[in-house]
Design a protein around this ligand. Structure first.
Ligand SMILES: [Zn+2]
Length: 67
């Protein structure tokens, strides 16, 4: 789940993970394309600014190490 603010209705909406259409990695941020339950449209939210110069290992790599 994640909390978004719809720019159309200006309400805060709890959104299920399955409503995340795509996640695009950019150099300065991550763009999340989310289906909005409030207005039915799709919004793009930026998250995950890269403040750490050393990239964290991918989740899949962590799982392989733990297995
Ligand atoms: Zn919306």
């Amino acid at each position: 789940m994640l909390l978004i603010t719809c720019p159309v209705t200006r309400t805060d909406e709890l959104v299920a993970d399955r409503r995340i259409r795509s996640v695009v990695n950019h150099l300065t941020h991550i763009a999340m394309h989310v289906e909005c339950p409030a207005c039915g449209g799709a919004h793009v939210y930026r998250t995950g600014a890269k403040l750490d110069p050393v990239p964290a290992p991918a989740p899949q790599a962590k799982e392989l190490v733990a297995a």
